[in-house]
Design a protein around this ligand. Structure first.
Ligand SMILES: [Zn+2]
Ligand SMILES: [Zn+2]
Length: 338
């Protein structure tokens, strides 16, 4: 029998009677990370990585019934051995390893891997876990998605910020508040100018700092901020905040979006950005291939994004491949991370 199957509530482990990242409220949920398309409220019991606790409580409420598990530690539930392993996506992100009756399955959640030897500096790197069946995300599972080395992209963003500051423009950098914002702050040169953040970014920064991740000093941007303080600044804020009063009160400024979707020229044009920087917290096409190969899995279930091309490619490699269709996938706008 399959260790994990698809139910209306989400991915279900029948042997252990629990769900992984369910999108409806359930009794027992294992949550891979705190992005909104994985972490829903209302569950009666939540198991997740220790490192994800602070952000999950920011997102789902302080009274969340939470059980934390350190990466690599194991618990047994109804005879199913459960352990969590770094996914390299955001703070606390985990792959879920399940072992039962000699079968090992791994559900990846979202993960970061690329064709370059690099990892997300704000969380432990993706760790390949050997398994019989690997349930992989495929947000950017098309051959056209190939990330440039992140140091290169961060240098381009730094140049953009420096040029804007030289002409008295603020640099408004749109980024999801959980994950992308912290990765940008950690990776950019704080000597270029002051760094200001939106309140939703500041709240998540706190959780990163509490977990021991190094972030530069930032100031909160709101309606009380002195406009003169913004002139040379980098402003890191989620895409949906551009209509806020403080944003309309900004002096001269330029706007860019940091997202994997920015690899597509149409996406940049549609968003009406001055610039787009393709920096993603997800695996690109070579990263997906490399990560899947490293699991040694003979069976792969593709979910969460571009599935058809990936399934075809996996079958051409002689693997058994299929999809789980979930209500969430590519192109989602909001606090899903990208
Ligand atoms: Zn995510
Ligand atoms: Zn996701």
């Amino acid at each position: 029998m399959d260790l994990v199957s698809l139910r209306p509530e989400g991915l279900y482990c029948a042997a252990g009677d629990f769900f992984i990242d369910p999108w409806r409220a359930v009794d027992r949920a294992v949550i891979t990370h705190a992005h909104a398309d994985h972490a829903r409220g209302g569950h009666r019991h939540v198991l997740a990585s220790q490192d994800s606790e602070a952000v999950l409580r920011v997102r789902l409420g302080a009274s969340l019934p939470f059980q934390g598990l350190a990466y690599g530690d194991r618990i047994d539930h109804h005879g199913v051995r459960i352990s969590l392993h770094p996914a390299g996506h955001v703070l606390g992100s985990a792959q879920v390893r399940l072992e039962h009756a000699g079968q090992v399955w791994v559900a990846s959640g979202d993960y970061f891997a690329s064709g370059h030897d690099e990892s997300n500096p704000t969380c432990p790197a993706f760790e390949p876990v050997r398994c019989h069946c690997f349930i992989t995300e495929s947000t950017f599972g098309l051959p056209l998605y190939r990330w440039a080395p992140q140091a290169e992209v961060l240098a381009q963003i730094g140049d953009w910020w420096r040029d804007n500051a030289a002409t008295g423009h603020a640099s408004v950098l749109l980024a999801y508040s959980f994950g992308k914002a912290q990765r940008l702050l950690a990776g950019l040169d704080a000597d270029i100018g002051p760094m200001l953040v939106h309140g939703s970014v500041a709240a998540i920064n706190e959780a990163y700092l509490a977990s021991g991740v190094d972030l530069p000093e930032t100031a909160l941007l709101d309606s009380s901020t002195d406009p003169r303080a913004v002139a040379r600044a980098l402003v890191v804020t989620p895409p949906n905040t551009l209509a806020s009063p403080w944003a309309r009160a900004l002096g001269p400024h330029r706007v860019a979006f940091a997202s994997g979707w920015m690899q597509l020229r149409q996406a940049r044009r549609r968003q009406g950005m001055d610039r787009g920087f393709a920096l993603s917290d997800h695996a690109d096409w070579p990263g997906l291939q490399r990560a899947i190969g490293a699991t040694g899995a003979q069976r792969v279930i593709v979910t969460h994004g571009e599935e058809a091309v990936m399934v075809r490619w996996l079958r051409a490699q002689g693997l058994r491949a299929e999809t789980f269709r979930t209500p969430f996938g590519d192109g989602e706008v909001g606090e899903a991370g990208d």
